[in-house]
Design a protein around this ligand. Structure first.
Ligand SMILES: [Zn+2]
Length: 346
């Protein structure tokens, strides 16, 4: 029996009324939506879609340092002399390599096992122009590192793979890379989602994100497509622009993700990049969380959302409203976004 009725997809429509400078009576629609998983509210302020957003009229030009491979510590050959190495008691040779992907410790760590994984030797890659194989290799390299860390420190069970694509999304270097983290102390999202998935399972006997996905497949309006076993949907209550989720149902550990799943994930990530490129967006964040204590009900989910463009004089995508009130306000409906994204999955 389906237990997706334990998840409620609630939204409320409110209207702002005022008189335009022209004298015309105006009504603007705003939707307040509740995230069925987190309970957090967010808003879709449709009126703001008409606001001029500098830097999104066309895809921004490559940045000035797009050709500066000599000054980049992640480019060959200097990558081997200018990046840190992993301690010898974890791995001999100091780095993890998988095909063209190279992984090494983050010089500016966030935690005990912070690392960086390069896709390849390409210094600047326009959004949507990456190869599926470079992403697959990089993901598998991250997986190999994380599994190795877990063997050497079984308490470091709170793991993540993230990406800050371009500096406007938090990236400090232009050269494309993923960040990897493994921690003994649970970050907020690991702590919250692990507990939520466990309680949901005990309450309903089924998996949280599987049920969420089931609801979304039956509804259909936010469903985007499928790559292998990964299924893609627009977030119902987005906390970022064009927020999309890839879900790998019933898979709750890194060890259960096969190499072909990483390949399919890479395809979905590139499809998302192409969708963002079609909207003239060049920056995004990506993240996947893992709880590797052998007892977690949290399924694999990758979240990707567009950030402010990396272009001159672009304003930040988080205003006082998001920072101080805690409700993200995006401008377009997830249902329209799904319609526009679907073409990149066919
Ligand atoms: Zn480089």
């Amino acid at each position: 029996m389906s237990s997706d009725h334990f998840l409620s997809f609630e939204k409320e429509i409110i209207t702002a009324k005022f008189i335009a400078p022209s004298g015309e009576d105006i009504e603007r629609r705003i939707e307040v939506r509740i995230n069925p998983v987190s309970g957090r509210s967010s808003r879709i302020a449709f009126g703001r879609g008409a606001e001029k957003e500098p830097g999104t009229e066309s895809l921004p030009l490559p940045p000035l340092n797009a050709d500066d491979t000599a000054g980049c510590p992640f480019c060959k050959p200097q990558v081997m002399s200018e990046t840190p190495r992993i301690l010898a008691d974890i791995i001999s040779g100091g780095r993890f390599c998988y095909n063209n992907s190279i992984l090494f410790p983050n010089l500016f760590p966030y935690g005990r096992y912070s690392a960086v994984s390069l896709f390849d030797n390409q210094h600047f890659v326009e959004i949507g122009a990456s190869s599926v194989s470079s992403y697959t290799d990089c993901f598998i390299n991250c997986r190999n590192y994380l599994c190795h860390i877990l063997e050497s420190d079984p308490e470091a069970v709170y793991m993540a793979i993230t990406q800050n694509h371009l500096p406007s999304a938090g990236g400090s270097l232009l050269h494309p890379h993923l960040q990897i983290n493994a921690e003994r102390i649970a970050p907020n999202h690991h702590r919250f989602f692990r507990k939520r998935a466990e309680e949901y399972f005990h309450q309903t006997g089924s998996y949280l994100f599987s049920d969420y996905l089931l609801h979304e497949k039956q509804d259909g309006s936010r469903y985007v497509g499928k790559n292998g076993s990964w299924e893609w949907i627009m977030a119902f209550a987005p906390e970022g622009f064009f927020e999309i989720w890839g879900i790998l149902p019933k898979i709750t550990s890194l060890n259960q993700i096969m190499d072909e799943d990483w390949n399919h994930l890479a395809q979905g990530v590139i499809n998302t990049q192409k969708f963002y490129r079609s909207l003239c967006r060049n920056g995004y964040n990506l993240g996947m969380l893992f709880v590797e204590d052998g007892n977690s009900y949290l399924e694999m989910r990758v979240v990707i959302l567009a950030r402010s463009n990396y272009a001159p004089w672009v304003r930040n995508d988080h205003t006082g409203f998001e920072i101080m009130l805690g409700d993200m306000a995006t401008f377009t409906s997830p249902e329209d976004n799904a319609k526009n994204a679907r073409v990149f999955w066919t």
